[in-house]
Write a protein that binds this ligand. Structure first.
Ligand SMILES: Cc1cc2nc3c(=O)[nH]c(=O)nc-3n(C[C@H](O)[C@H](O)[C@H](O)COP(=O)(O)O)c2cc1C
Length: 188
């Protein structure tokens, strides 16, 4: 069983990526293999149904990798910064490149980070999208603020807030429980 965490920040080394890293560690405690696909590190081109644009090879390769990992994933975490009161366009574009076949009846956890007033609204918006993709958004979600993170000597962020560390463990337990018990397997 494996999972995929998609990070939708525009910034390399984002808070959302640090949260993803913490979650990956928690999934590993359950001996589950989880990949992080950070869209800032591996950008993909904008969806272009008519084919008018010419994406670079590296963008195309990144997209192929994302689509392969999404198809193989048994569960997801979608992570996004708060951009203008919602989740990022970068993440939406990534989801537009994926389909119901990638998400159908798979558990999906939602996490986000705000730099201003902390808000769970981006996650509420994502919850609607997950439903449309036929995924199962688990009830527990994580909405952090920049101040919940510390910085290591090499300037990388880490999740420092102990309450959120605890919540992250509960969040992961919930996703793992859904994924391992597959309550919706017969509906696939
Ligand atoms: C385009 C854009 C829009 C933003 N809009 C909001 C906002 O509406 N509310 C907010 O609290 N922060 C907003 N921010 C600030 C980000 O949430 C903040 O930079 C946060 O640290 C991003 O998290 P990250 O490091 O995971 O990318 C915005 C940032 C950008 C770049």
């Amino acid at each position: 069983m494996k999972g995929l965490i998609i990070v939708g920040s525009a910034k390399v080394g984002s808070h959302t990526a640090a949260l993803a890293q913490y979650l990956k560690g928690q999934f590993e405690e359950h001996e589950l293999n989880v990949d992080i696909f950070d869209l800032a590190e591996q950008p993909i081109h904008q969806l272009d149904v008519s084919g008018a644009s010419e994406p670079t090879e590296s963008y195309k390769n990144n997209l192929k990798e994302l689509q392969t990992k999404a198809r193989e994933a048994d569960f997801f975490v979608l992570g996004s910064p708060n951009y203008h009161g919602s989740y990022s366009g970068i993440l939406k574009n990534a989801l537009d490149h994926l389909t119901m076949d990638d998400f159908k009846m798979k558990p999906v956890g939602l996490v986000g980070n705000s730099g201003g007033i902390v808000s769970a609204e981006p996650l509420s918006h994502l919850r609607l999208i997950v439903r449309t993709l036929l995924g199962i958004a688990v009830p527990t979600q994580i909405a952090t603020h920049d101040s919940d993170y510390g910085k290591l000597d090499d300037e990388t962020y880490y999740l420092a807030n102990e309450e959120f560390q605890l919540r992250a463990r509960l969040f992961v337990d919930q996703i793992v429980s859904f994924a391992q018990n597959s309550p919706y397997e017969h509906l696939k």
